[in-house]
Design a protein around this ligand. Structure first.
Ligand code: NAD
Length: 304
């Protein structure tokens, strides 16, 4: 039987609906959410994200501002700039656009952002709260993946969960989120590049999260019947015709499409729930960024 799709747009729109009243309340208190994206130098990928964020904020009537700094900006200048934004009460959230120029230590800048304005949830103070089981401002993609799983309504207590990928922004915080309940947590196992036998782990899992960035990494013979699969990967791959030849676009360049890390077609026949890519974790990540933006504004309001 084909799996039920966990559609990110649907859950994301419920989350966004729930934020509207909070945004109104913050405006009434004189603390409208105001997200500032800091971009150093020029980068096409960053521009795509900026457009997405801008659109999402506009839709929710949240002020979104891009502060562009020249490629020549030094680490010291960037740190002072972030400090100014930290002190500015009119700025309620800060997001550092990646990549930043070589020679600047991204982690040092990330740590400089006030934990209360850290809408990406990457500050050590916010990461540390996850250890205490507090979600507050948590990394958006990891939380998006957990919320999408929860939307299936499946009880997590005692389930075997395998997380493939142990990055700081996804795999590690995701693991802590799954362990947040004292008595009702599932049992997570984290796999990564150095895991000896990945299929051994994924085959015994009730729930598999994949955040690697390798199309087709998880095949249908690597999961059991009834598995729940949350595919976080985003990969742009060439579109091919029935003979396996690349299909060209109107400009004569190879046409691309977005896929996740799992063999969606094969696995959807075995799984009970699966997230599509695109349309699964992606839209939820944007919703979680908006959630964090509102949460950060509440913290700034509480400080006033
Ligand atoms: P990363 O490169 O920081 O980490 C990759 C992880 O995969 C590492 O833990 C590595 O050990 C593991 N890995 C690599 N090859 C492996 C293999 N063969 N077997 C098992 N594990 C392997 O990546 P990231 O930043 O966590 O992103 C992972 C994927 O998630 C990417 O495709 C990225 O585009 C996507 N992503 C999606 C969203 C979203 O909103 N949906 C957000 C962030 C990242």
């Amino acid at each position: 039987m084909a799996a039920t799709l966990l559609q990110g747009e649907k859950v994301a729109s419920e989350i966004k609906e729930g934020l509207k009243k909070d945004i109104e309340d913050l405006k009434a208190k004189g603390v409208p959410p105001h997200l500032v994206a800091v971009q150093v130098g020029e980068n096409a990928a960053a521009r795509v994200y900026i457009r997405q964020q801008q659109k999402a904020c506009e839709e929710m009537d949240i002020e979104y501002e891009v502060k562009g700094l020249p490629e020549s900006t030094t680490q010291g200048e960037l740190l002072s700039f972030v400090e100014q934004l930290n002190r500015d009460d009119a700025v309620t959230g800060i997001i550092l656009m990646m990549p930043i120029p070589e020679g600047i230590d991204a982690r040092r800048v990330q740590i400089k952002i006030s934990p209360d304005k850290d809408v990406e949830g990457m500050h050590p103070a916010n990461m540390g709260r996850l250890v205490y089981g507090e979600m507050g401002l948590a990394p958006c993609t990891a939380r998006a993946a957990v919320e999408l799983l929860k939307s299936s309504g499946v009880e997590l207590k005692g389930k075997e969960v395998v997380i493939v990928g142990h990055s700081e922004i996804v795999g590690k915080p995701l693991t802590l989120m799954l362990l947040s309940s004292q008595m009702e947590s599932p049992t997570p196992t984290v796999c990564h590049i150095a895991t000896n036998d990945l299929a051994f782990h994924t085959r015994r899992a009730d729930i598999v999260f994949v955040a690697v960035g390798r199309p087709g990494l998880i095949q249908a013979d690597m999961v059991k019947d009834g598995v729940i699969v949350i595919d976080i990967g985003i990969n742009r791959v060439p579109v091919t015709d029935e003979n396996g030849n690349p299909v060209l676009n109107e400009k004569g360049k190879p046409k691309k499409r977005v896929v996740g890390d799992v063999d969606f077609e094969g696995i959807k026949e075995k799984a009970s729930f699966i997230t599509p890519v695109p349309g699964g974790v992606g839209p939820m990540t944007t919703a979680m960024l908006l959630y964090n933006t509102v949460e950060a504004a509440k913290r700034v309001a509480a400080r006033k």
